[in-house]
Design a protein around this ligand. Sequence first.
Ligand SMILES: Nc1ncnc2c1ncn2[C@@H]1O[C@H](COP(=O)(O)OP(=O)(O)OP(=O)(O)O)[C@@H](O)[C@H]1O
Length: 382
Amino acid sequence: MGINPTSTRFPALIVLNPNSGKKQAREALETVVQPALEKAGIPFRAIESLQQGHIQSYFQENIQPILVDLVQSLSSVSSDGASVVPPSSATLQVIILGGDGSVHEVVNGILRGVEGTEFVSEAFRPKVEFSVIPLGTGNSIATSLGIKDVRDALDRFIAGKTVPLRLISVATRSQKGSSDLGPWKTLVYTVVVNSYGLHCATVYDSEEFRHLGNERFRQAAMKNIETLKQYEGQLTLHGPGQRYDQTSRTLVQYGQNLDAKAVATSLDGPFTYLLITKQASLEPGFTPTPFASTSDEWMDVLVVQNVGQQDILNLFGSTSDGSHVDQKIVEYYKSKLIELETPEKARLCVDGEFLDIQGGPQGRVQFEVTEDPNLLLFSVYT
Ligand SMILES: Nc1ncnc2c1ncn2[C@@H]1O[C@H](COP(=O)(O)OP(=O)(O)OP(=O)(O)O)[C@@H](O)[C@H]1O
């Protein structure tokens, strides 16, 4: 697979995960994506993920050379011929044939690859535009953007409309080998969902049912509901925010005069189900945080504290249309800064990966919406 030799346009980078979803990405590339891009005259080159983590390490190692090539392709020679004029802006297009885990790997690889370099600066902020072709299992980002299938995603890429892709930084203060609490340090950026409790346990157990496609989440959820556990912890929401009011059925503002870091609300658990999301739907037909937006400045928080099996089954029975937000057991917030502390060591789920945290202040985790971390301008075709 190579660059279309007739075009001078910088090639879009296709990232293909052969293991995503029902393992159809390679076939989709050959039968749908490649012909459509060639027909539209869009040059591309493709890389295939060879193993878990490969996409992330590829971008971590290669994003700088890729951006250098991009800048060179856009540079011009000054009118007197004496110097090369760099472009004032540059856009890298990345087409992802895979699921949300693949998007997560690309984003984190790019961010690690430019971290601490002077290549990207206030004066030069490259744009990175993602076309998410839904070939995974949940396809949360594509579903939340209303993208129906591979063809629809491609049509939207070719049409060229994008919206910002905001991320959540997940940070801790624990220092390796020290009991001191250092400054917050981002461990990972998430694009879809962070969770604690039943959702995290479900995602963890769903790996053994991967061969079942979407059904794997249902199987793992039923297994965990049968032995439903409660998860101890304290969740704090900081600064001004919004809360879903079940009486007026609207989002209402709170804490308007608060400092961004001040605690506005503290929830003491135990938690049955806790989601912090950036997408409305986590898979087609499952919309647990219906007010979430890929592009807004909020994280959406769905909290269910200390309930039993029947309540959880009722909840899941209403998540397809989002009407569960009116159930008494549900608390729903929009916040920009959140912290979670657990009394004992615990497992969190961050975009399908797992983060094992220590108990107490050492393991306290902070979630914050970040716009354009490391000065990169991320957006997604919609
Ligand atoms: N060549 C490979 N062989 C095996 N696993 C791989 C390979 N390349 C990537 N992976 C792993 O495949 C997993 C699934 O990827 P991805 O998230 O894209 O699809 P999914 O889980 O089916 O979809 P979704 O996240 O939308 O539910 C990820 O954990 C990723 O690291």
